[in-house]
Design a protein around this ligand. Structure first.
Ligand SMILES: Cc1cc2nc3c(=O)[nH]c(=O)nc-3n(C[C@H](O)[C@H](O)[C@H](O)COP(=O)(O)OP(=O)(O)OC[C@H]3O[C@@H](n4cnc5c(N)ncnc54)[C@H](O)[C@@H]3O)c2cc1C
Length: 416
């Protein structure tokens, strides 16, 4: 069967792309091996982060390296096979993490972030998904006085960018979160115009349903190979072979597997995170997502229960799960809130799709016509899916893009 556009990957990014294209009269097939929103876009912390104007650089200070090296921290861990496998990407990550580079990268990154809530809103309204959204922000909590002072200064500096916050004393934090124990903390920042989603996978499913209601097609199958065919594309799956004029790769951390045979070798690498849900009672819940900035984890109220999500584990995408980091996080989480029974017998794990320069790849592939890339959104792909969808629609339909896409071009990497 032939379509105008095939999008591979029904995470937040691919589903948003399919939705935008279908809304602007393209006939789209969205392919995924699983139902929409079942992978990384299911298991994240569910924050739509208007405040996320900073990227996550590689530790460059000696003190920070010494802290990370013993591999015992809750916020970041690594496994040697992954360090060897991705050493070239990590070396680039180190280089791009120099303060002068980060400054420029953040300027470019912010051109995307500033659209995140307005672009989600358009899709939330169309999908009738208001019940999944809470617009009362999330709270970053600090144990260290100097880090809190720096965070407050940073928050004040971005007020003019429309990013709202309130500094909270522990008494004020306790008023917002009466069930919590904050004895180990000294203060907090409430990011009040970021949003919390009570079931991230369900939001992607709602967007996918809205896409289907506009006559978009969804195919549940594994893509085995993509082949150029004339000016268009052949997509070979375990179910059938599909044809399209344009092809969009939005397969998150798996994107390289699809494009490598065509000669693309982008330095995409996975950063794993884990989550576990705990049953809630009126005494065992929180009202906002709480982020422990020193221990690097999030505890948030979800439909499934309290979801505790970990920071980053540098590992290979298919490595067996290792629960050490999650268990270390849970020890701290239990001090904040007594956690009830676990909801799942085994914790969830998924991979953030990361690029060494901390920016996604959005735009034309470069070596083939009518091939488009949209992946590598790292720690904020749930936030940035809809704006990415809009940009890809504008590119495919030869319109001016709302954001300058040059900084996100796949060809910024010499071997792309
Ligand atoms: C613990 C954790 C917490 C996070 N918290 C946040 C947060 O609060 N806010 C935020 O903005 N971001 C957060 N993120 C990051 C965010 O989840 C990701 O950046 C985002 O989900 C990536 O979306 P995606 O659509 O690119 O990838 P995915 O959601 O992974 O989608 C890719 C899809 O491609 C499909 N696919 C791959 N290969 C094939 C194939 N060969 N054939 C068919 N289908 C294929 C997969 O099945 C999958 O559904 C978090 C991530 C983690 C791990």
């Amino acid at each position: 069967m032939r379509y105008e556009v095939i999008v591979i990957g029904a995470g937040m990014v691919g589903t948003s792309i399919a939705w935008h294209l279908q809304s602007h009269n393209s006939q789209v097939l969205l392919l995924d091996k699983k139902p929409p929103g079942s992978e990384t876009s299911y298991g994240n912390a569910g924050l739509i982060q208007r405040e996320a104007i900073h990227v996550h650089p590689f530790p460059r200070h000696l003190a920070e390296l010494i802290r990370v090296l013993p591999n015992q921290n809750t916020d970041i861990r690594y496994r040697w096979p992954a360090v060897f496998r991705y050493h070239q990407a990590l070396l680039k990550y180190w280089q791009f993490s120099a303060p002068s580079s980060v400054q420029q990268i953040e300027k470019e990154w912010q051109t995307l972030i500033e659209h995140c809530t307005s672009e989600h809103q358009e899709m939330i309204t169309a999908a009738g998904a208001e019940d999944l959204i809470r617009r009362d922000g999330w709270i970053e909590m600090h144990r260290d006085e100097n880090k809190l002072k720096a965070a407050i200064l940073g928050a004040e500096n971005v007020l003019q960018q429309g990013i709202e916050h309130k500094v909270l004393s522990i008494t004020q934090l306790k008023e917002l979160e009466p069930n919590g124990n904050f004895d180990d903390f000294i203060g907090a920042i409430h990011w009040s115009n970021s949003w919390q989603v009570s079931n991230p996978g369900a939001l992607v499913k709602a967007y996918a349903k809205s896409f289907q209601e506009k006559d978009g097609a969804i195919g549940e199958c594994t893509v085995k190979e993509i082949r150029p065919e004339g000016d268009g594309w052949q997509v070979i799956t375990d179910l059938d072979t599909f044809y399209s004029d344009d092809l969009v790769i939005a397969a998150g951390p798996w994107s390289n597997q699809l494009i490598k045979p065509l000669g693309y070798d982008l330095p995409l690498f996975p950063m794993r995170g884990y989550h576990q849900h705990f049953e809630t009672t009126p005494q065992n819940t929180v009202n906002h997502s709480l982020v422990d900035m020193d221990k690097g984890f999030v505890m948030g109220p979800m439909q499934q229960g309290i979801r505790v999500t970990t920071g980053a584990e540098m590992t290979t995408i298919d490595a067996p799960k290792n629960f050490d980091q999650l268990n270390a996080v849970l020890a701290f989480a239990k001090n904040i809130l007594p956690l009830n029974q676990k909801v799942e017998t085994e914790a969830w794990a998924g991979s953030r799709p990361c690029m060494p320069d901390m920016k996604p790849v959005i735009g034309a592939a470069g070596k083939h016509s009518n091939l488009w890339f949209a992946f590598g959104h790292g720690h904020q792909g749930f936030t940035l899916g809809p704006i990415t969808g809009r940009i890809i629609e504008e590119l495919l339909h030869n319109k001016p893009t709302v954001v300058d896409i040059e900084p996100f071009d796949a060809q910024r990497f010499s071997n792309a």
